[in-house]
Ligand binder design. Structure first.
Ligand code: NAP
Length: 242
């Protein structure tokens, strides 16, 4: 299937792999929080559309004939907007939904739905490693007296007396994660269920060390006309090679 003009919504490594296969008529869209690639053949646009109505207008004005959502599984707002905007503009909406990680034998996952449940689940622990993105930065002054937090996220932020902020971007290697966990002696890991390999090593190290994982549940995502579990299948459907 050859599309004249694709709007690819990104912000993930998978989206970047798709973007690398697209020619100049196609558009790769980023929120603008992370790195903006400057070596792509396709057009790169940065920043929000102004909700689903703004995106629908963009789709029509730019003559887009397919929307591909390759955003992160926890970026639920942009996915809801994209599904709605595609419907309104009458173009197909495809989505890349990489499979969630599954607990393995011996894993101790404690599933939580929101920040309140998460802090309740963390109450018995002293030294969590947060790998949820920037959300914990908004709660640095609510850390219980018995806890010291280590927060790993993209944003640089000053340490506080009760928290250490590690600004880092994946992928993370097994060796690197082993070294970090050994050095910091975390007693619990806090994670989203992102799926994929880029950030999976922390789960393996938690397993090796017998650490519980407080796992934030995946949000509901809108249904898409076509859903793909991996980049290769999606590129096949577009008839471009990875
Ligand atoms: P979100 O809550 O779903 O989206 C918030 C707003 O950001 C959207 O309403 C939209 O603004 C804008 N936006 C998001 N993605 C965009 C894109 N690809 N192109 C243009 N505008 C976009 O998203 P989020 O959780 O803040 O994540 C932001 C971006 O980071 C996403 O693109 C996602 O793929 C990436 N990311 C997120 C996570 C995560 O854990 N959430 C992890 C890794 C990467 P308007 O309403 O104004 O259009």
């Amino acid at each position: 299937m050859k599309m004249k003009r694709i709007l690819l919504l990104g912000g993930t490594g998978d989206a970047l792999r798709i973007a690398r296969q697209l020619g100049p008529e196609h558009v790769y869209s980023l929120a603008g929080l992370g790195k903006v690639p400057d070596d792509l053949a396709c057009t790169v646009r940065v920043g929000g559309f102004g909700g689903s109505e703004g995106m629908a207008r963009y789709i029509v004005d730019e003559g887009i004939d397919l929307v591909i959502d390759a955003t992160h599984p926890y970026a639920a707002q942009i996915s809801a907007n994209a599904a709605q905007a595609s419907r309104a503009a009458r173009v197909p909406y495809w989505a890349l939904h990489r499979p969630a990680w599954q607990p393995q034998a011996g894993d101790d996952w404690r599933m939580v739905g929101d920040w309140d449940e998460l802090t309740d689940a963390l109450a018995p622990f002293r030294k969590p490693l947060f790998t949820l993105g920037r959300e914990p930065l908004a709660h640095l002054y609510e850390i219980p007296p018995h806890q010291f937090w280590v927060v790993r996220c993209l944003e640089a932020h000053e340490d506080t007396a009760r928290a250490r902020i590690l600004a880092a971007r994946g992928p993370f290697t097994l060796e690197g994660e082993r070294a970090l966990f050994a050095l910091q002696a975390f007693d619990v890991l806090v994670s989203k269920n992102s799926g994929g390999q880029a950030t999976e090593a922390k789960l393996e190290v938690a397993r090796e060390r017998g650490l519980p994982v407080v796992m934030l549940r995946r949000p509901e995502l809108p249904a898409a006309e076509r859903e793909f579990e991996n980049v290769a299948d999606l590129l096949d459907a577009l008839q471009v090679a990875d």
